[in-house]
Ligand binder design. Sequence first.
Ligand SMILES: Nc1ncnc2c1ncn2[C@@H]1O[C@H](COP(=O)(O)OP(=O)(O)OP(=O)(O)O)[C@@H](O)[C@H]1O
Ligand SMILES: [Mg+2]
Length: 390
Amino acid sequence: MISQAKTDQTDRDISTVTDRIEIRDVYKIFGRRKEEALALVREGKGKSEILERTQAVVGVNNVSLSVPKGSISVIMGLSGSGKSTLARCVNRILEPDAGQILLDGEDYTKCSDARMREIRRRRISMVFQNFGLLPNQTVIDNVAFGLKLRKVPLAERHKKAGEMLETVGLSEWASHLPGELSGGMRQRVGLARALATEADVLIMDEAFSALDPLIRTEMQDELLRLQNTLHKTVLFITHDFQEALRLGTKIAVMADGAVIRDGTPQEIVIDPGHDYVAAFTRNVDRARLFDAASVMSESPADAQGGRFVLNDAGEVAGWQDPVTGAVSEGFLAVRPETTLIEIAGAAARRRGPIAVVDAEGKFRGRISDEALLAGIAGAKETMKGSRTDA
Ligand SMILES: Nc1ncnc2c1ncn2[C@@H]1O[C@H](COP(=O)(O)OP(=O)(O)OP(=O)(O)O)[C@@H](O)[C@H]1O
Ligand SMILES: [Mg+2]
C-alpha cells in the first residue's frame, strides 16, 4: 500500500461547499469616458479598440466568479490582465463600475461606509506583495495592528498577535523591527497580521512573488499547512502557473480583464480551451498533478478476463488470473489520491495488477498499465479531469 503523500488541497471536495464570495458580472473601467467605454465593452469590443476610441482602459471585463468557502481560489494571468484590479474591487479599494460582489449572499458593493469598514476589519483581510509593514513598529505591534484599529486592548491584542507569530514560527522575533528580518520572514509577519484580525477571507495579491524560489516554496507549504487547520477562504493572485497549481482548489485564468478559463487545476491542464492557457499548461508535470482516481476504471475486470475478487465487505481478496483461474494476492493497492508518479514508481518495483482502494480498504477501481501511461502522457480521453470526483 502506498501511503497518502499529499495532504493539501486534494482531499477537499469543493462541490459540497457554499460560496463565500460571489463576483457577478463585474466591470471596472479606468478613464474619463467610462459610460461610453462600458457600452463598447458590453458590445464585445476589445480592450485595445476601446482604448483607441475612448482613451479608457478596461481593467475588469464582465467577470463572474465564485470563491467557495474554505477554498484557495487562484486568479492567474499575465501582467496587466486585471488581477489586482479585480482583487481591489473585491476589497472595494476600487468601486466596480457595474456588477455585484456578494459576501455570504450580501451584496456589499452598495453598502454604507460604516458597513464596509466593518467588513474590512472583521471579514476581509489583504496580504500584499511588499508586506506593507510599519518599519518603526516591532514585529508584534505590526501583527497586532489590525486589532489596534479595532480598539482591542493592548494586552489582548498582544496575546492574539503572539499566538499568530507562533503559528508562523516567529515567536522569538516579536520585539524586533521588520528591517532586521529577511524577506521570507517579513512575508510571514504580513501573513500573521492578516490572520490575527480573524478575518475569514484573505486576499493575497502576489503575496509570495517577491521571494526567492526556495523561500517561496516554503511559504506555499506554510499557507497549505495553515489552511489545513484554519480553513480560511483565500483569493490568491499570482502570475505563476506552478504556484497556481500548487495552491489552487480552483483557478481562474484572466486575460485583458476577462476570465477566459475557470476550473480545477486538473480540468485546466486536461483541457486548456485557449491557446493563452495552453501556453501555461504545456510544461506541467502531469505525473505529479494527477492521481489514481483520475485514471482508474471502476470495473474490477479487465478486457482479457482477469479480475479482482472482492469479499462481502467490498475489500479486494485477490486477483484472478484469466488463464489459470487462480486467485493470488500478488497485486498492488493504491489510494484514490495517490499520484501517478508514485504509482509508476511502485509499479516499477513490483509488477502486477493495480487496485485502487479507499481508506476503509474497499475496492474503488482498477488501473491498467495503458491507463497509467496515458495519464502520465496526458492523453485527454482517458482522464476524468478532477481529483474531487474520486
Ligand atoms: N489606477 C489605474 N488607472 C488606470 N489604469 C489602471 C489603473 N490600475 C490598473 N490599470 C490598468 O488596468 C489593467 C489591469 O491592471 P492590473 O494592475 O489589474 O493588472 P495585473 O493583472 O494585476 O498585473 P500585474 O501582474 O502586473 O500586477 C492594466 O491595463 C492597467 O494598465
Ligand atoms: Mg497586480
